[in-house]
Design a binder for this molecule. Structure first.
Ligand code: ADE
Ligand code: ZN
Length: 334
């Protein structure tokens, strides 16, 4: 089996996906039209041309503007179901998606509207496509901890449908320590915690996410390699990193995919996974991320299977299902 076939056939879990980042320009136009919202682009081509980023912030500005056309429950449903169809094409059998409530509640869209649209689509995705899923709610780190507390309280009626909380948006200047108390409270409510750290920010932010926020996974974490003691810890404790290679390329975290440290971390025994982050903006969904990474870093068949196994090991699904998928991944090598 060649690499492309192996990637297409392998069952995979996606653990780092912002649902607002799966908003394709075609759907953005359609929803903007039906909601009578003006967007500053005349065509789908013009939108795609604007997707030239030089760092995280240059992307976030456009990403938040795009999300502003989402108003009704059906908009969130359509957005989520469109992503699940991509999962189905790519043999992503389990996905743990992020959403950013504050991006919507700050514009007057109710938490309930956002959550219900996403959740109904995920439920239908399980029924019709057989894809299992979890929802992780992220706090925007450029906003205050007080704002995050309000979002945490707003989430409580929907707690049964949300597995955990995360931390995203502009990293540098907004360290995990800024959110220590709200994460403490979230854990008291029974939420699992994760956080973006070490995407653009230094290894100290990864330490803080682990030690102060008690995270179970680090989102990105590509700067871990700069700190030997940190590497030793994440290898020993098997703290997963949800790496997003095409995102790192598009946001200029790496100049060339060939320079990415993914293979080095894999070889050192880190539980690294491959994910798409914001696929509508970064040029590809899961299989594109797997294929381009495999090509750039000369990953072997064993490497690719190991990464897929890592994705299930690092997921928040029950042990029995984990084992079933891991066994299926292993069988691809025989
Ligand atoms: N929000 C959406 N994508 C993000 C990323 N890659 N980093 C931080 N915040 C984000
Ligand atoms: Zn992300």
């Amino acid at each position: 089996m060649n690499t492309t076939e192996l990637i297409e056939k392998l069952p995979k879990a996606e653990l780092h996906l912002h649902i607002e980042g799966s908003f394709e320009p075609e759907l953005m136009f359609e929803i903007a039209n039906r909601n009578n919202v003006e967007i500053p682009y005349k065509s789908v081509e013009e939108i795609r041309k604007a997707y030239n980023f030089h760092n995280l912030q240059s992307f976030l500005d456009i990403y938040y503007a795009g999300a502003s056309v989402l108003i009704h429950e059906k908009d969130f449903y359509d957005l989520t179901y469109a992503y699940l169809l991509k999962c189905h094409e790519d043999r992503v059998v389990h996905t743990e998606i992020f959403f950013d409530p504050q991006t919507h509640t700050d514009r007057g869209v109710a938490f309930e509207t956002v959550f219900n649209g996403i959740k109904k689509a995920l439920d239908d995705g399980e029924k019709k496509l057989g894809i299992t899923s979890q929802i992780i709610m992220c706090f925007l780190r450029h906003l205050s901890q007080e704002e995050a507390f309000k979002t945490l309280e707003a989430s409580l009626p929907f707690k049964d449908g949300i597995i955990g909380v995360g931390l995203d948006s502009s990293e540098v200047g907004h360290p995990p320590s800024k959110f220590q108390q709200v994460f403490e409270k979230a854990k008291e409510y029974g939420y699992i915690t994760v956080a973006h750290a070490g995407e653009e920010g230094p290894p100290e932010y990864i330490w803080e996410a682990l030690n102060l926020l008690g995270v179970k996974r680090i989102d990105h974490g590509v700067r871990s390699l700069e700190d030997k003691a940190l590497m030793e810890l994440i290898i020993k404790e098997r703290i997963p990193l949800t790496v997003c290679p095409l995102s790192n390329l598009k946001l200029c975290v790496v100049k060339d995919l060939k320079d990415h440290n993914f293979k080095e971390m894999l070889d050192q025994g880190v539980c690294v996974t491959i994910n798409s982050d914001d696929p509508a903006y970064f040029g590809g969904y899961m299989n594109q991320n797997y294929t381009e990474t495999a090509e750039a870093l000369s990953l072997s068949g064993e490497d690719i299977v190991k990464v897929a196994i890592n994705s299930f090991e690092a997921s928040f699904i029950e042990d029995e299902l984990k084992e079933k998928w891991i066994n299926e991944c292993r069988s691809m090598l025989t």
